[in-house]
Design a protein around this ligand. Structure first.
Ligand code: SF4
Ligand code: SF4
Length: 481
């Protein structure tokens, strides 16, 4: 029988129960140091499909900054200039509400997807998994060999061979990290700005160059050293799992009903004899553990560290094929699927999530399609009150700011709609350059007959091409009676 962990009298905390996999992470040694994971190379149908899919995503990721729609990038998150482009549509800080709704739609989508299909995203589409498992890990296998050779190399004393391999790997890893860092930077500032940083004299772009080096070192640190710890410690998505998954969610799962009781297979034994002897299909070969990049044993059940990379499914399928058993001892399945043979069900919880998602998507669509091409704000000119003109009229001075959200020049006309009076834009016509903000002064004149004592409400229409874009309301200050 398992003895309970002892109380630590100095801290009143329980000591870690190292015999219980849920009491510690798989990559921690008992002295607290990190257990380096050496996953074995894997082959199989899932790995093949993931490889093809990864290539597609990598092409999209690296080509993304150069793809334009209507002259705008596919995706750009320019935090510096507070300008954001999604699918060629420019969004400004004034559109933050749209962004907030879009973020909610994304979050709800993730919740629904995870509740139904577990962490499929992590295994198939997450940039961290793709870069780590499909790019950096493959290079490591090429340079240092499979897991046993890597382990032996790390334990060997330093010599010419080890130095050469480690230097070569470091150089390739750093070059790739530099590339990835630059791609990320071009998603932030655009590839044209990045090109300028690269081609201009270094002194002109100290900040940009610092970011280039910083991002390169960050990615090098993640892919060369931090690795699976990014998924275990940093990524919040893995933590969400415990509240999002239920017994109907599809996850990478070990079929314990079929696999247990596990025992090595003997050459002379037939499967029927194993079953008669009360043994299951798991031949305790540990191949599923050997290939796992997060160092866990999926036979213990669904775990936070599992990124659904499908390596254990391939490894086990290969073993099953070799011993003449059906594939799928480890497969995509739900707990109910394994225990009761149930298929994926559309549960009331999923239905509720879908209703919320549909409502948010409709709201988002309405907001995007009714979004004005320009947005104007009107402020009183600082330090000004009112002036009386020689003809007896009163005037107020304002500052108008117009943001052009389109990629073309936008002529804007301001009309005083109430009360009766005149409106004059200083410097003539307002033509806002594409994707820019224009600031100008505005003089409003009212006849004293149209004014109220103290402040008079004023309504100004913002027009472009004869179409009303916005209504601005402000106060006109005049003398008190
Ligand atoms: S690979 Fe399959 S057979 Fe081998 S230990 Fe894992 S589950 Fe059992
Ligand atoms: S348990 Fe399987 S699917 Fe999960 S991370 Fe490990 S190898 Fe990948």
């Amino acid at each position: 029988m398992k003895t309970p962990p002892e109380e630590n009298p100095t801290t009143s905390l329980k000591d870690v129960d190292w015999s219980d996999f849920r009491d510690h992470i798989a990559t921690a040694e008992q002295d607290g140091s990190r257990k380096w994971v050496y996953p074995r190379q894997v082959s199989g149908r899932f790995f093949r499909w993931r490889t093809w899919f990864s290539w597609l995503l990598l092409v999209i990721m690296f080509a993304g900054p150069f793809i334009t729609i209507n002259g705008n990038p596919l995706l750009m998150m320019n935090i510096v200039e507070r300008k954001f482009v999604v699918l060629g549509q420019i969004f400004w800080p004034q559109d933050m509400i749209i962004f907030a709704i879009a973020a909610l739609v994304g979050l709800t989508g993730i919740v629904i997807f995870t509740a139904a299909f577990g962490r499929v995203w992590c295994g198939w589409a997450c940039p961290q998994t793709i870069m780590m498992e499909m790019v950096f890990r493959k290079i490591e296998y090429l340079v240092e060999g499979d897991a046993p050779q890597q382990r032996a190399l790390n334990q060997a004393s330093w010599g010419a061979g080890k130095l050469l391999k480690k230097t070569l790997k470091l150089a390739i890893f750093y070059a790739l990290s530099f590339l990835v860092g630059n791609v990320l930077l071009s998603y932030i500032i655009g590839w044209q700005a990045l090109y300028q940083i690269i081609t201009d004299p270094p002194g002109q772009h100290i900040t940009g160059l610092s970011f280039m080096i910083g991002f390169s070192l960050l990615f090098y640190g993640i892919f060369a050293r931090f690795r699976e710890q990014a998924c275990t410690f940093i990524c919040p998505y893995g933590r969400f799992q415990s509240v999002l998954l239920d017994e109907n969610s599809i996850v990478v799962a070990y079929d314990h009903k079929r696999g247990e009781k596990r025992a090595p297979i003997k050459r002379e034994h037939k499967f029927a004899e194993r079953w008669q002897a009360g043994l299951g299909d798991c031949v305790a070969c540990n191949q599923c553990v050997a290939v796992c990049p997060t160092g866990i044993d999926i036979r213990d059940g669904t775990q936070m560290e599992c990124v659904h990379c499908t390596a254990c499914m391939d490894a086990c399928d290969n073993v099953m094929t070799k011993i003449g058993a059906a594939r799928g001892l480890i497969r995509y399945a739900s707990l109910n699927g394994i225990e009761r043979g149930e298929r994926l069900r559309f549960t009331p919880r999923l239905a509720g999530y879908c209703v919320v998602l549909a409502a948010l998507m409709s709201l988002l669509a309405v907001m995007i399609f009714t979004r004005a091409d320009a947005e104007a704000t009107l402020l009183r000119a600082p330090g000004s009150l009112f002036q009386q003109m020689p003809d007896g009229h009163f005037s107020n001075l304002y500052t108008v700011r117009v943001v052009n959200k389109t990629s073309r020049e936008l002529p804007v006309e301001l009309r005083l709609e109430s009360p009766a009076g005149t409106l004059q834009v200083m410097g003539g016509k307002l033509v806002v350059p594409p994707e820019k903000l224009l600031e100008n002064s505005l003089l409003v004149e009212l006849d004293s007959a149209a004014m109220k004592s103290g402040t008079t409400p004023v309504v100004i229409g913002v027009y472009s091409g004869g179409k009303k874009l916005q209504t601005l309301k402000t106060a006109f200050i005049g003398p008190r009676n």
